[in-house]
Design a protein around this ligand. Structure first.
Ligand code: SF4
Length: 245
């Protein structure tokens, strides 16, 4: 685990970067738990640009858990079009019904109760807790995992089960006690804008002196092994004629 001084430097640089480069997005202008949840569910598997108009339309139609819960689920699925992965509006609708029935149209503010909803996993629970309730709760999505892995780990199987546990722990211990909202948003933005999956912008990166992957070199693409040609079989490729003379 990184030493306290390293964690502090990381936080300071990340928040400094976010202050200059962070995106202004409508779900960053609110702490309403329902609005935060809607944005998080929409952003699963979907690009920000596609989410923006649908987020506005959805909240215009269903501004609260109550309005969503009282809408027929098929109508909500229609409104969701064309975002796709239609299990998501169905889950949102089920969460709205549960929230109305069990919590008076609110979301609870503790991790165990949030994760008891079908469709709210550790990531979404952390997002709701930190963005809506300002709690010091870690998040780990694909972007965040990539950033933490590259900066603090650098080698090994980035996607293994043990590594995932380790990255959750890293996400937790690197979190500050203040600016938790900004810190988690900054991690996501840094992964989406700077430390990109294929071509991270290592040149001029303010994490370079901390980063165990700097300068990042993508792993060579493995080519499928050639199958040995069976004896007597014909070549499938046309062999160009040789020039004579
Ligand atoms: S130096 Fe490169 S790999 Fe490391 S955090 Fe910056 S962009 Fe990512």
């Amino acid at each position: 685990m990184p030493a306290p001084a390293l964690r502090q430097t990381f936080r300071r640089r990340l928040l400094g970067w976010y202050d200059r480069h962070g995106r202004r997005l409508p779900w960053r202008e609110t702490t309403d738990p329902y609005h935060i949840l809607v944005s998080e569910v929409m952003l699963q598997q979907t690009q920000v640009d596609r989410v923006l108009p649908k987020y506005a339309e959805w909240l215009g139609k269903y501004p609260s858990f109550e309005t969503l819960a009282s809408t027929p689920v098929d109508e909500a699925v229609e409104t969701w079009y064309p975002l796709g992965y239609n299990i998501r509006p169905r889950r949102l609708h089920a969460i709205a019904c549960d929230a109305v029935e069990k919590y008076g149209g609110e979301l609870p503010s503790d991790r165990a109760s949030l994760e008891a909803f079908k469709g709210i996993g550790p990531y979404t629970a952390g997002a709701v807790l930190s963005f809506a309730f300002q709690q010091r709760a870690a998040i780990l999505d694909t972007n965040v995992a990539r950033v933490l892995f590259r900066i603090f780990v650098g080698r090994g199987d980035a996607k293994g089960h043990q590594m995932k546990k380790h990255l959750w722990r890293l996400a937790d211990i690197t979190m500050p006690h203040k600016r938790v909202f900004d810190f988690n948003q900054a991690l996501m933005d840094f992964g989406a804008i700077a430390c990109l999956a294929r071509k991270p912008k290592c040149g001029g990166c303010r994490m370079a002196t901390l980063c165990r992957s700097y300068p990042f070199e993508p792993a060579p693409v493995a080519r499928p092994a050639r199958r040995p040609r069976a004896a007597g079989s014909r070549a499938t490729k046309t062999v160009p004629p040789r020039f004579s003379g």
